[in-house]
Design a protein around this ligand. Structure first.
Ligand code: SF4
Ligand code: FES
Length: 159
């Protein structure tokens, strides 16, 4: 069974206070991060994440918007606890078994399913177990049934 956490191309970025983790295998290029905070998340730059581009709270806010958990974060020191108003529900490696399965329809993009998912093939065979999967809605993905980011390249419009 393949894993969501292949790790080979994963990246980490720190500002001393928090570390942001990026898993390209989970990134479906819906662009939420750079639409919200281009000073930090800028795909035209290398490295593409600039941890000095905004405050820690602002970075956490946008990390929490990533629909696929391609972006997560961790506080570097235990004593640096998150401020009350900042959600930490996506903190790295945090799993909440009691949460209901969530299905989110991304505008001009895939269907993102989060929860304990088992994917069954057309012959009834179990293909994968995952915590998150994004399913193609544009019909052009190169790795069906999953989204591979092609929707952005072809300018898919969902409504
Ligand atoms: S999936 Fe997450 S990391 Fe990838 S572009 Fe969207 S918001 Fe950014
Ligand atoms: S919806 Fe992303 S590749 Fe089709």
């Amino acid at each position: 069974m393949s894993s969501d956490y292949t790790g080979k191309n994963d990246r980490e970025y720190s500002n001393g206070e928090i570390t942001v983790f990026w898993k390209p295998s989970k990134c479906i290029h819906v662009a939420t991060c750079y639409r919200e905070l281009i000073d930090v998340f800028n795909p035209a730059k290398r490295p593409w994440v600039n941890m000095n581009g905004a405050s820690t709270e602002e970075i956490i806010r946008v990390v929490n918007l990533c629909p696929t958990d391609a972006l997560t974060f961790r506080w570097n020191k235990e004593k640096s606890t998150p401020p009350e108003e900042v959600s930490s529900e996506k903190e790295h490696a945090n799993t909440d078994k009691d949460k209901p399965t969530e299905i989110k329809i991304m505008k001009d993009g895939p269907l993102v399913v989060k929860g304990n998912i088992k994917i069954i093939g057309s012959e009834g065979e179990e293909l994968r177990q995952m915590k998150m999967a994004s399913f193609c809605r544009c019909g052009k993905s190169g790795k069906m049934p999953f989204c591979d980011g092609t929707h952005r390249r072809i300018g898919f419009e969902s409504e």
